[in-house]
Design a binder for this molecule. Structure first.
Ligand SMILES: Cc1cc2nc3c(=O)[nH]c(=O)nc-3n(C[C@H](O)[C@H](O)[C@H](O)COP(=O)(O)OP(=O)(O)OC[C@H]3O[C@@H](n4cnc5c(N)ncnc54)[C@H](O)[C@@H]3O)c2cc1C
Length: 339
C-alpha cells in the first residue's frame, strides 16, 4: 500500500497503542511507538498499566481482530502458556445457592459458551509482533508531553527521555495513553474546547496476588469467582482464583461501595510455604470521589493468619478469603479446593 504521509507517532504502548502502531504501519513510511515505561524484555507486569497486575481474558471478537494483523497469534499465545477457556463450562462462580455457570445470575447448568483465552496481561501484549514490523521503531522510557502546534495544526510532539526533552516531527499523532489521555488538554489548547465526558464510577477496588502453588491443578476448570453474598458478613465483596501460564494462580479480592479489601492483604510475605508469592500489588485505585481506601470494616490479615497458610494452597485460600468476603460462599469454594 502507498503511504499517505511520512511519520506517525503513537504515544502509549498498551494494547491500543500496539494495535494502532501496527495499523499505522500500513499508511505511513515510519511509525514511532513511545511509552513512558521502561518495558521489560519478557512479558511482565509494569507500572504504567493500571490493570497490568490482573488476568486478562480475550474474547473471540478481539482475538479475531488481533489475529487479522498477526496470523500466528493464537498459536503463539498457546505456546507461551495461555489457557483456553469455554465460557459456561471452565469458569464458574460460587453463589449462596451453589455453583453457577453464569457470572451475572445463579445458573446451575453448564453450557458451551464462546471460547476465550486466559493469560496475564503481559502475555497478551503483542509487543514483539509489533516490534518486528519493519517500519515501526520504539522509544521506551519516553513520555509524550505536549504537541508542537503550527498554524493551528499538530505537527509534532514534545517528549522527555531520562529528563531530556526533544521534539519529534510527525504528520499524525495518536494518543493511546490510556485512562488519563494527554489529548483532552491538547484539544483545549487548539481551541476546540473540552469535549463532553461521561464519568461512570464503578466504585470497585481490588487487591490481587500471583501465587505459584505446588498443585496448580488443585481445582476444576480454569477459574472461579466467589460472588457477593448479600446476607453474608461482607456483602459487597467478591473474590476469585484463576489459573494462569507458567504454573501461576492469581487470587483477588474486590469490594464496592467503600467496602474495599485491604492493601495489606499479603504484603511482605515472600514465602507462604507452598504458595510462593511472586509479586503482589493493589491496583485500580478507587475512582474519585472514593479515595479513602481505609474505610471501616476491614479485617486486615494479620501476620499470624498468613503464617498458617504455610500448610497448603487450600489453607491459603481458606484463610485469606473468608477474612475478607462472605464466609458461607468461600467455604464452598474451599471445599472444592480441598478436593
Ligand atoms: C481489573 C481489570 C481487569 C481487566 N480485564 C480485562 C480482560 O480480562 N479482558 C479485556 O479485554 N480487558 C480487560 N480489562 C480492560 C483492559 O485492560 C483495558 O481496556 C485496556 O488495557 C486499555 O488499553 P489501553 O492501551 O487503552 O491503555 P493502557 O493499557 O492503560 O495503556 C496505556 C499505555 O500508555 C502508556 N503511557 C501513559 N501515559 C503516557 C505518556 N504520557 N507518554 C507515553 N506513554 C504513556 C502507559 O505506560 C501504558 O503502556 C481489565 C481492566 C481491569 C481494570
Amino acid at each position: 500500500m502507498t503511504a499517505i504521509a511520512r511519520r506517525c507517532v503513537v504515544g502509549g504502548s498498551g494494547i491500543a497503542g500496539l494495535m494502532a502502531a501496527r495499523l499505522a504501519s500500513e499508511f505511513f513510511d515510519e511509525v514511532i511507538l513511545l511509552d513512558r515505561d521502561n518495558i521489560p524484555e519478557a512479558p511482565n507486569t509494569r507500572d504504567g498499566v493500571p490493570q497490568g497486575n490482573h488476568f486478562h481474558a480475550i474474547l473471540p471478537g478481539g482475538l479475531g481482530i488481533m489475529s487479522k494483523f498477526f496470523s500466528d497469534l493464537k498459536s503463539e499465545l498457546l505456546a507461551a502458556g495461555a489457557l483456553t477457556c469455554t465460557v459456561g463450562r471452565d469458569f464458574y462462580s460460587y453463589w449462596r445457592e451453589g455453583i453457577s455457570y453464569s457470572l451475572d445470575r445463579y445458573n446451575p447448568n453448564s453450557f458451551e459458551g464462546p471460547q476465550t483465552f486466559i493469560q496475564t496481561r503481559g502475555l497478551l501484549e503483542i509487543r514483539r509482533n509489533v516490534e518486528g514490523v519493519a517500519n515501526v521503531s520504539t522509544r521506551y522510557n519516553t513520555a509524550m508531553l505536549d504537541p508542537s502546534i503550527v498554524a493551528n495544526r499538530i505537527c509534532g510532539v514534545r517528549v522527555i527521555t531520562d529528563g531530556r526533552a526533544d521534539d519529534i516531527e510527525c504528520d499524525l499523532c495518536i494518543d493511546a495513553t490510556g485512562k488519563a489521555p494527554r489529548s483532552i488538554p491538547w484539544l483545549q489548547k487548539l481551541g476546540f474546547g473540552r469535549p463532553e465526558e461521561s464519568v461512570i464510577n464503578t466504585d470497585f477496588s481490588y487487591t490481587s496476588v500471583f501465587m505459584k502453588p505446588h498443585n496448580w491443578d488443585a481445582f476444576d476448570g480454569i477459574g472461579f469467582f466467589v460472588m457477593r453474598d448479600p446476607a453474608g458478613g461482607f456483602a459487597n465483596r467478591i473474590g476469585g482464583v484463576i489459573k494462569l501460564e507458567q504454573g501461576l494462580w492469581i487470587a483477588f479480592l474486590g469490594g464496592r461501595f467503600a467496602d474495599y479489601p485491604p492493601r495489606e492483604m499479603m504484603n511482605s510475605h515472600p514465602g507462604l510455604g507452598p504458595c510462593t508469592i511472586r509479586s503482589w500489588q493493589t491496583s485500580s485505585r478507587p475512582p474519585h470521589p472514593f479515595r479513602h481506601r481505609r474505610a471501616s470494616g476491614f479485617r486486615v490479615a494479620s501476620g499470624a493468619c498468613l503464617e498458617e497458610c504455610r500448610r497448603s494452597p487450600t489453607d491459603c485460600c481458606h484463610l485469606a478469603m473468608p477474612s475478607y468476603i462472605s464466609i458461607r460462599s468461600t467455604d464452598k469454594a474451599c471445599l472444592q479446593l480441598a478436593g
